[in-house]
Design a binder for this molecule. Structure first.
Ligand code: ZN
Length: 310
């Protein structure tokens, strides 16, 4: 069996202003490292455009309409102080969400054991009715709801190790016990949500980590809290919001992780998937703003997924 890699060149067409951290070069760096021979056996598939029906599972029509109305004819337009759209942004965003739909379909059909969506814009800050934090649609939420509503799953877990709290994913699912959302994130940091007392309907686990806390605190959060909670939930699909911006090289954070920590965390999440979900893992790219760290971390994450796919 195999690991699927889902991406699309349209994701290069979401253009942010010069100097913006969530830039086209991020995906170029990821694609470049995944061109090497060791990744030749990935099952590569082009991301389809998410259909309205997929997006409407977590965003209302008014969100789609508002985004469409905000798209400029040329250049870029700010939705807030750090979230921008350009003429082809919605095409890129629909590829990113559609990648997650296809990843779920492939993993559920047994065409791949696990899958990674190498796409942008990222998704975990996008709330039901609000694009923010570089995110337009919540890609992981679209995928998780597709697994539930199209494939009939009853329990999907989303583990988000991006260094920022996934306020959007939490907001979308905080009253939906079909999804368990766990997040490790630097605290305090953007967007300011994700305190440990935010527990939703008992289906949210936030583990804030102090700046400079390093690998030991991150791994302790996993072994002490995240992994036991995931095992209690018994997910039928393990979803990963894979942001690599907790890396020591990243300009937006100070947690100081390395590729080794992402490898360790990926193995731990695959262990949970093996126990409860038949090994099914769907991982989707969130943040990561140092190009070298992003490329190396993504490659390391994919090596684990490939190894675990057998
Ligand atoms: Zn982030």
């Amino acid at each position: 069996m195999t690991t699927a890699l889902i991406s699309h060149p349209d994701c290069y067409e979401h253009v942010t202003p010069d100097g913006h951290p969530e830039c086209v070069d991020r995906l170029r760096a990821v694609d470049a490292v995944l061109c090497s021979e060791e990744f030749m056996h990935l099952l590569r598939a082009p991301a389809p455009l998410a259909e309205d029906a997929h997006l409407l599972r977590c965003h209302p029509q008014s969100h789609l309409d508002r985004l469409a109305a905000a798209i400029p004819q040329a250049g870029d337009r700010a939705l807030d102080s750090d979230t921008f759209v350009s003429p082809l942004s919605l095409r890129a965003a629909r590829r990113a969400a559609g990648a997650n739909v296809l990843a779920v379909d492939m993993v559920m059909a047994g065409e791949a054991n696990n899958a990674f969506c190498a796409t942008r814009p990222p998704g975990h800050h996008a709330e039901t009715t609000r694009a923010m934090g570089f995110c337009l649609f919540n890609n992981a939420a679209v995928g998780a709801l597709h697994a539930i509503e199209r494939h009939g799953l009853h329990r999907v877990a989303i583990m988000d190790f991006d260094v920022h709290h996934g306020n959007g994913t939490q907001e979308i699912f905080e009253r939906d016990g079909r999804v368990f959302y766990a997040s490790t994130h630097e605290w305090p940091l953007y967007p300011g949500t994700g305190a440990a007392h935010e527990r939703g309907a008992g289906n949210i686990l936030n583990v804030p980590l102090e700046g400079m806390s390093g690998p030991d605190a991150f791994r302790e959060a996993f072994t002490g809290q995240v992994l036991p909670a995931l095992r209690r939930f018994r997910p039928e699909l393990m979803y990963i919001s894979a942001g690599f911006d907790a890396h020591a090289r990243d300009p937006l954070s100070t947690i100081q992780l390395s590729e080794r920590d992402f490898v360790w965390a990926t193995h731990a999440l695959c262990d949970v998937a093996d126990e409860f979900a038949g090994g099914r893992v769907v991982s989707t790219l969130e943040g990561g703003y140092d190009l070298e760290a992003l490329a190396r971390s993504t490659a390391a994450h994919l090596r684990v997924l490939m190894e675990r796919a057998g």
